[in-house]
Design a protein around this ligand. Structure first.
Ligand code: GLC
Length: 452
């Protein structure tokens, strides 16, 4: 009986694919309802991505190092002995994340190596049972994140190269093929479902961040059912797209989109050097200025940035990563009005740089990563009157003037703003332009000649 009721509930909560409609939204969810469900994510803009696992012990690439045969599997797993979490302070982590201005955190509850950070009941391969830490490190993290008022996101690898019932072990060792042993595959799916249900019902995360979907098809993963189950547990849950498309938002990785992505919701995940986890030999560290540029690049295209950190095996966060987060914090708190709640800005032709708009599009924000040449900033194609221009974070009013605007044609002219060096931020200066109403663009295609 209980099973029948559950099956009925699941079918009601099932994604629309099951009824031949869009497979991205849960059933009967209108665009307005989706917008409501996605609201916190849309406004959050900045999240912190934490890759923490046994790979931090040797400082090698997470899971891939054994999959690609750079290290034998046994040696990789021996790192369990060095994963102590001896200086782990989740309150400090959460405080630092909060300080950075991020509104959510996503942590690797289980990477492709299969080591769970929580005390899963369906496997002994967890930090509690298999590592020197001998404890569940996820529960105190979830608590600390909630205490800071941040949203909680769980990264979960669908594939598990350690599990005896998962087809692939390394790139050269295949255990079996699904088509040859569907019972074995079903056992793996039950295992995954059990883990996901533990995560979903114990911690009630706001977001599931799937990964590793590429090895199997949506049908083999039973992707729509996984999503339906999670939505049944929490109808508000936000799910990324790496479950063969059955999610809410797109996840470009490292490559900053050049053009504005077509997906309404998206999030770039990016590292501070070239590694997700702690890799002390990776010194290809991106300057904070560059990371902030990446952040405003995402903002200007209406997306979020999920910025990676990789704590050590003892649970400490390398100082240089902390410094990046603190500088993000300085910049985000000074410029908060031009970050959270903004929407994508002007077409690229209108301004040589990054822009966003306030929710009602009556304020235009311009982001200046370097001092403007000759102290002048130019904006084009704005049909509105600009009432006022000020520097975000310190309130200085700047003078502005419109050139090339003639009474005998409709061309809106070019707005020039004088920006003295005294108002510049050491990283990225932000200007706000108060318009006489919602933004009206006038791009004047082809008109100048015919209007003469
Ligand atoms: C990739 C990698 C993985 C990393 C993830 C983060 O999918 O497989 O190692 O955790 O990207 O986005």
């Amino acid at each position: 009986m209980r099973h029948t009721i559950l099956a009925l509930l699941l079918s009601l909560a099932a994604p629309c694919t099951m009824r031949g409609q869009s497979h991205l939204a849960p059933c009967q969810e209108t665009p307005e309802q989706k917008a409501q469900r996605m609201e916190w994510f849309d406004h959050a803009k900045l999240g912190i991505f934490i890759h923490w696992g046994i790979y931090a012990v040797n400082g090698i690439s997470e899971s891939w190092s054994f999959y690609n045969n750079y290290i034998p599997y046994e040696d990789y797993m021996n790192q369990c002995r060095g994963f102590t979490a001896s200086a782990y302070n989740p309150q400090q982590w959460a405080a630092l994340i909060k300080q950075s201005g991020a509104q959510y955190a996503v942590i690797t509850t289980k990477h492709h190596d299969g080591v769970s950070l929580w005390d899963t009941k369906v496997s002994k391969l967890s930090t509690r049972h298999a590592t020197a830490a001998r404890r569940d490190v996820l529960t105190p993290f979830a608590k600390a994140i909630r205490e800071q008022g941040l949203k909680l996101g769980f990264y979960y690898s669908l594939l598990d190269w350690s599990h005896p019932d998962y087809p692939n072990h390394t790139k050269t060792t295949i255990r079996y093929h699904i088509k040859d042993d569907s019972a074995r595959w079903q056992r793996f799916l039950s295992f995954n479902n059990a883990q996901l249900s533990e995560l979903s019902t114990t911690y009630h995360p706001d977001l599931f961040w799937f990964d590793g979907d590429w090895e199997q098809t949506a049908a083999d993963w039973h992707a729509s059912e996984i999503v339906a189950r999670l939505r049944h547990d929490n109808s508000k849950v936000v799910i990324n797209s790496r479950i063969q498309g059955y999610g809410d938002y797109a996840t470009p990785e490292q490559g900053i989109p050049i053009l504005r992505p077509q997906a309404r919701y998206w999030e770039l995940c990016a590292t501070m050097n070239d590694s997700w986890g702690y890799q002390p030999l990776d010194n290809n560290i991106k300057p904070t200025h560059m990371l902030l540029r990446t952040f405003v690049d995402c903002l200007s295209k209406g997306g979020n940035l999920l910025l990676g950190i990789g704590p050590r095996a003892d649970g400490t966060i390398p100082q240089w990563q902390q410094d990046v987060l603190k500088e993000f914090g300085r910049w985000t708190s000074k410029h908060h009005e031009a970050i959270y709640h903004t929407q994508a800005g002007l077409p690229a032709e209108c301004f040589q740089g990054y822009t966003t708009l306030s929710p009602d599009s009556t304020t235009l924000y311009l982001y200046l990563p370097s001092p403007p040449g000759h102290g002048l900033v130019e904006v084009k194609g704005i049909a509105n009157t600009v009432h006022r221009v000020w520097v975000v974070g310190n309130g200085h009013i700047l003078s502005h003037k419109v050139y090339n605007k003639n009474f005998w044609n409709a061309h809106p002219g070019n707005i020039y703003i004088s920006v003295p060096t005294s108002v510049l931020d050491p990283q990225i200066t932000v200007l706000a332009l108060l318009l006489d109403g919602p933004l009206r663009l006038d791009l004047g295609t082809g008109r100048p000649i015919t209007a003469n």
